[in-house]
Design a protein around this ligand. Structure first.
Ligand SMILES: [Zn+2]
Length: 250
C-alpha cells in the first residue's frame, strides 16, 4: 500500500512539474503570452499587427520595456523564430516605439529591451542627441507608422559624452560634439569637470538625455501635439553598464 501511495504521489508531482513547465513564466508580459506558440520549440513567430499596435497605450509600451529589460537582466530573453518573423513582416511594420540610443557596441538596443523583428524603430548616433534627421525619423515612426512611445536612451561611461566633456577636436567628431557641448557647459558643477570624474560624466549623460527630450518637444510641433493629446509619450532612460539595468526617467 505504501508503494502504491508513493507511486501515486510521485506521479502527481511529475504532473504538477510538467504543468508548470508549460505555463508562461510569471514575469513574462501579456504580449508574450498572447503570441507564444508551442508549434516551433516554444519560439515566438508572430510580429506586431496594425490592430495590436493601435490597441496599445504609451504606458503599456513603457511597461513592456521595463519587463523586457528585466528579462535581459535575468538572462531570460524571449526565444524568437527570426526567419518566420522576417517572412511575416516583409510588406508592413507596426512598431510600438522608437528608441534613440548611442552607437555604443555594448548596448544592443533590441536585446536590452527584449524586442524582436518589427517591434521597435531604433535611431542611433554617438551621444544620442537630436538633429533634424533624427526628428524626421521620430515623426515617421509616430505620425506615419503609429508608434506610441519615444525613448531617449543614454548610457554610463559614454565615450561621446566624455569627448564632449573634454572638448575633443578631431575631424568630423568636432562638429558632432557641438550637439552635446552646450549641455555640458550648462551644468552647474564646481568640482573636476573632466572625463576623469565619473560623477561629472554621469551628470552630463543624464542632462544630455533630458536635453534631447526637451529638444524633441521644442523642435517638433508634430510630436509635441501628439504628446499633449496623449497619443504618445516621450521618456528617457540611462543604461547601467555594470548591471544591464535601464533607469527609466518617465
Ligand atoms: Zn555612448
Amino acid at each position: 500500500m505504501k508503494t502504491i501511495k508513493f507511486i501515486l504521489t510521485g506521479a502527481f508531482s511529475i504532473c504538477v512539474l510538467l504543468a508548470s513547465c508549460t505555463q508562461p513564466k510569471s514575469d513574462a508580459n501579456s504580449e508574450k503570452k498572447e503570441v507564444q506558440k508551442d508549434t516551433l520549440q516554444g519560439t515566438i513567430e508572430d510580429v506586431l499587427t496594425k490592430e495590436e499596435q493601435a490597441a496599445l497605450t504609451p504606458d503599456e509600451v513603457i511597461q513592456s520595456f521595463k519587463e523586457g529589460n528585466q528579462r535581459f537582466i535575468n538572462n531570460d530573453l524571449t526565444a524568437r523564430n527570426h526567419s518566420e518573423q522576417v517572412r511575416k513582416s516583409t510588406y508592413a511594420q507596426f512598431p510600438k516605439a522608437i528608441v534613440l540610443s548611442c552607437v555604443d557596441s555594448r548596448i544592443p538596443v533590441e536585446d536590452v529591451l527584449d524586442r524582436g523583428i518589427g517591434d521597435i524603430f531604433v535611431a542611433r548616433v554617438a551621444g544620442n542627441f537630436i538633429n533634424e534627421d533624427i526628428l524626421g525619423s521620430m515623426e515617421f515612426a509616430c505620425k506615419v507608422s503609429g508608434s506610441k512611445l519615444i525613448m531617449v536612451l543614454g548610457h554610463e561611461h559614454c565615450g561621446a559624452i566624455k569627448a564632449a566633456v573634454d572638448d575633443v577636436k578631431l575631424g568630423n567628431i568636432t562638429p558632432m560634439l557641438t550637439n552635446i557641448r552646450p549641455v555640458v557647459e550648462a551644468i552647474d558643477y564646481k568640482g573636476d569637470r573632466s572625463s576623469g570624474n565619473d560623477e561629472f560624466v554621469q551628470m552630463a549623460c543624464e542632462q544630455n538625455v533630458i536635453a534631447a527630450i526637451n529638444d524633441i518637444r521644442k523642435e517638433s510641433p508634430i510630436l509635441n501635439v501628439m504628446e499633449t493629446n496623449g497619443e504618445i509619450k516621450i521618456i528617457g532612460g540611462v543604461y547601467d553598464m555594470d548591471t544591464g539595468k535601464i533607469e527609466f526617467m518617465d
